[in-house]
Design a protein around this ligand. Structure first.
Ligand SMILES: Nc1ncnc2c1ncn2[C@@H]1O[C@H](COP(=O)(O)OP(=O)(O)OP(=O)(O)O)[C@@H](O)[C@H]1O
Ligand SMILES: [Mg+2]
Length: 275
């Protein structure tokens, strides 16, 4: 038990590893059953990183906690999982000479399918246009654009959110943020301007169905959101980055600093966009 909404699970909590998902590039993601701390068993996904991409775990938990605090639809449960050799062996991971990082990130299954899977076979621009029609009416659109800006998440591609039959959206995959999976202290420049794929999808083809005021207002909540979640984030950052003081300091000042000027950054970005 720990005080966080992210659980810490033993390798034995991962039951019946099923197949590796086809779309993972940064990690090896496996469908599985997960036995959670309260002993309920549910379908979920286990995301394992190579040693050189070990930051993927701290990135995932940071994204999960902040997105959840923003009221965004993350998976219901998340955990850091300690791996052991027999679990790693059962994954049959190929092409990982440097070895598998000893912690993995697990989430419960969310409903729906990613646009990549729904529109498989369509040219990318058509898939994006079709997705845009669904996202247009979604109440979470502005908060998600603002969150991706805050977190410098440059990876909200058509594989990283799910749409269910009712048109509800669920977000996944924060391993590539802030900035990129293998960020350094220097790469976390709080004043940086980063790619926002969701804004690109919504402005594809010129017309811009973005309600700038809603996005800016969503960003105005970020200082309070950060304040509400920072005490939960700090022990995780300390645990995973405590032996790397420059990264440890950089992640905290990046998120705090960007929470304070997101509305300016976004009004600038959106008002200078070609329409
Ligand atoms: N919580 C979830 N609910 C349903 N499906 C999920 C969930 N998490 C992951 N998946 C499935 O697994 C696939 C891969 O997961 P994810 O996008 O997190 O990692 P990845 O693509 O391997 O990592 P990366 O994008 O960093 O390379 C997703 O495209 C989705 O099909
Ligand atoms: Mg992904």
């Amino acid at each position: 038990m720990n005080d966080s909404s992210i659980e810490i699970l033993e390798p034995e909590s991962i039951r019946s590893l099923r197949g590796r998902t086809p779309d993972g590039l940064m990690a090896e993601t496996y469908a599985c059953d997960i036995s959670w701390e309260d002993n309920t068993q549910e379908r979920g996904f286990l995301k394992c990183f190579s040693s050189s991409r070990s930051l993927g775990v701290v990135n995932e938990l940071t994204g999960y906690l902040i997105a959840k605090a923003c009221g965004l639809p993350v998976p219901k449960r998340a955990a850091v999982v300690q791996l052991n050799q027999s679990l790693i062996d059962s994954m049959n991971i190929k092409n990982c000479p440097e070895g598998v990082y000893r912690y993995a990130f697990a989430v419960s299954e969310s409903p729906g399918r990613s646009p990549n899977s729904i529109y498989a076979g369509l040219p990318a621009a058509l898939a994006a246009t079709a997705t845009r029609e669904i996202l247009k009416g979604w109440r979470g659109l502005s908060p998600l654009m603002a969150f991706d800006d805050w977190a410098a998440n440059q990876d909200r591609n058509l594989g990283n959110f799910l749409i269910d039959e009712k048109g509800e959206i669920f977000i996944i995959d924060h391993s590539n943020m802030p900035v990129g999976i293998c960020w350094t202290a220097d790469s976390l420049a709080p004043e940086g301007r980063f790619r926002n794929i969701l804004i690109e999808i919504m402005t594809l083809g010129g017309s811009a169905p973005i309600e700038e005021g809603f996005v800016v207002r969503a960003a105005e909540r970020h200082p309070d959101v950060y304040h509400s979640i920072k005490d939960e984030l700090r022990p995780w950052w300390q645990a995973f980055l405590g032996n790397d003081p420059s990264r440890r300091a950089a992640i905290e000042s990046f998120f705090q600093n960007r929470s304070e000027n997101g509305s300016d950054r976004l009004s600038q970005k959106l008002s200078t966009m070609p329409v």
